[in-house]
Design a protein around this ligand. Structure first.
Ligand code: SMG
Ligand code: MG
Length: 369
């Protein structure tokens, strides 16, 4: 593949409903879409950054800067045999996984289109559909949370994740369990706790949760290894895992039993697959997390989530859980059995809705060979 042209664009999309984690409430989505042209074929990827360094240290501005000034110059005009090599080609730039992801995913889309197969097929997909879960933010009242969860269960979602923080945790989970004793349920703390809260977290053991996600610091692996033996509920790491080496360290130390893999957090599909392979070889389940991606990033998430080691329903929900209108056609829909079909067409397998994309684009820059 000869990389001849790269386009970056910032989108701003309103969310259908606010999304609150332990660190903030957001009402909209600012994200970067990347188009890469190679041998006349265009491919699409997403850098799922935010307007500020809340979930990740990266932001729209840092990703734009690193892409324009460092990553685009590393790729433009170059020959690359496979998309799987793209991460290594960008390795001179340390970190900035989200900035890399949009470019890397776009190359997977190009390669798959050139070969006339889907990105999922190219990655080694073994499933025609993925089990879909939904992540439900912190609400103003417990009753509002129950109403939200009820709506998602009625739509057919296979597992519910709720965000927790100190004061919105044990009692909330108790309410959910009283109402739905058997629904697959988990919690995500987004680093809201410290080791001193171990007993409070252990109180969650009574509710048969699938897992507790990222209770401790966003950059910690060691203290999670001290917490896990004090809990019956499996821990799952999200923010702490950026590389296959991090995943290996966490599993070796016993810091978690499950890993949430988000392509955007680890630098794209190649790294996501390497972490998947490592966990799968060790028998550790993984699932695909989400960063409220538009249909472009969602398509890549659906593709990677169809690999064999993704044995738990992830945070890959239907487009309408996030946006009134998505930038792809058709949007991702939830099947009646709570799954999302993995597209089989070439590349990401969905079309870009260009008129709508133009409407929501607030910044654009093209780089040509
Ligand atoms: O894409 O449905 C989604 C969101 C899933 O909860 C979700 N993501 O920590 O796992 C997580 C959060 C981070 C979102 S902050 C932008
Ligand atoms: Mg998380």
């Amino acid at each position: 593949m000869h990389i001849e042209r790269i386009e970056l664009r910032v989108l701003q999309l309103p969310l259908v409903r606010h999304f609150e984690t332990s660190f903030r409430r957001s009402f909209g989505r600012d994200t970067i879409l990347v188009t890469v042209w190679a041998d006349g074929v265009a491919g699409w990827g997403e850098s799922p950054v935010e307007d500020g360094p809340w979930y990740s240290p990266e932001t729209v501005e840092t990703a734009w800067h690193v892409q324009r000034d460092f990553l685009v110059p590393l790729l433009l005009g170059q020959e690359i045999a496979t998309a799987d090599e793209a991460f290594a080609r960008m390795a001179r730039v340390r970190g900035h996984a989200m900035a890399k992801t949009g470019l890397e995913e776009a190359l997977w889309d190009v390669e798959a289109r050139q070969k006339g197969v889907s990105v999922a097929h190219l990655l080694g997909s073994t499933r025609p559909a993925i089990e879909s879960g939904v992540s439900v933010g912190i609400q103003d009242t417990p009753d509002e949370l129950l109403a939200q969860v009820e709506g998602y269960l009625a739509q057919g979602y296979r597992r519910i994740k709720v965000k927790i923080k100190l004061g919105w945790d044990v009692e909330i989970v108790r309410r959910l369990r009283e109402r739905w004793p058997d629904v697959p349920l988990m919690v995500d703390a987004n680093s809201a706790y410290t080791l001193a809260d171990a007993e409070r977290l252990a109180a969650l053991d009574d509710f048969g949760l699938l897992m507790i996600e990222q209770p401790l610091a966003y950059d910690d692996i060691y203290e999670h290894s001290l917490l896990q033996p004090r809990l019956r509920t499996p821990l799952c790491l999200d923010e702490s895992i950026h590389t296959p080496a991090h995943a290996r360290t966490a599993l070796e130390l016993g810091s978690c039993r499950i890993i949430n893999i988000k392509p955007g957090r680890v630098g794209g599909l190649g790294q996501a697959r390497r972490i998947h392979d490592l966990c799968h070889a060790r028998g550790a389940p993984v699932w695909c997390g989400g960063l409220l991606e538009t249909g472009v990033g969602r398509a890549h998430n659906v593709a990677i989530a169809s690999l064999p080691g993704y044995t738990l329903p992830g945070d890959v929900s239907a487009s309408d859980r996030y946006f009134a209108r998505d930038v792809v056609e058709p949007p991702f829909r939830l099947n009646a059995d709570g799954t999302i079909t993995v597209p089989t067409g070439p590349g990401i397998g969905v079309e870009i809705d260009h008129p709508f994309l133009e409407q929501v684009t607030v910044r654009r820059e093209v780089f040509a060979d």
